[in-house]
Write a protein that binds this ligand. Structure first.
Ligand SMILES: [Zn+2]
Length: 68
C-alpha cells in the first residue's frame, strides 16, 4: 500500500489538500476561493490597459524641423 503524493496545504484553511479538489482540501474551500475572486479581494497585478502612447505623438513635433 502506497501513500498518495503529498499535496501542498489548502491555501484557504491550511489543511492537507485533496487531489480531487486541488489545490484545495474540499469543494467548500474551492468555493470560498472563488467567492474571493468575485468579491474583488484578489488584486490582479497585470494591467488591463496598456500605457498611453501619447508621448510618441507629442514628441513627433520638432521645432527644428521648420528651420531650413
Ligand atoms: Zn481547505
Amino acid at each position: 500500500m502506497t501513500e498518495p503524493p503529498a499535496l501542498p496545504p489548502c491555501p484557504i484553511c491550511g489543511q492537507p489538500a485533496q487531489a480531487r479538489y486541488r489545490p484545495f482540501c474540499s469543494r467548500r474551500c474551492a468555493d470560498v476561493d472563488l467567492g474571493r475572486w468575485f468579491s474583488g479581494q484578489y488584486r490582479v497585478p497585470s494591467s488591463e490597459f496598456p500605457p498611453a502612447e501619447d508621448e510618441k505623438y507629442t514628441r513627433r513635433v520638432d521645432p527644428d524641423d521648420e528651420v531650413g
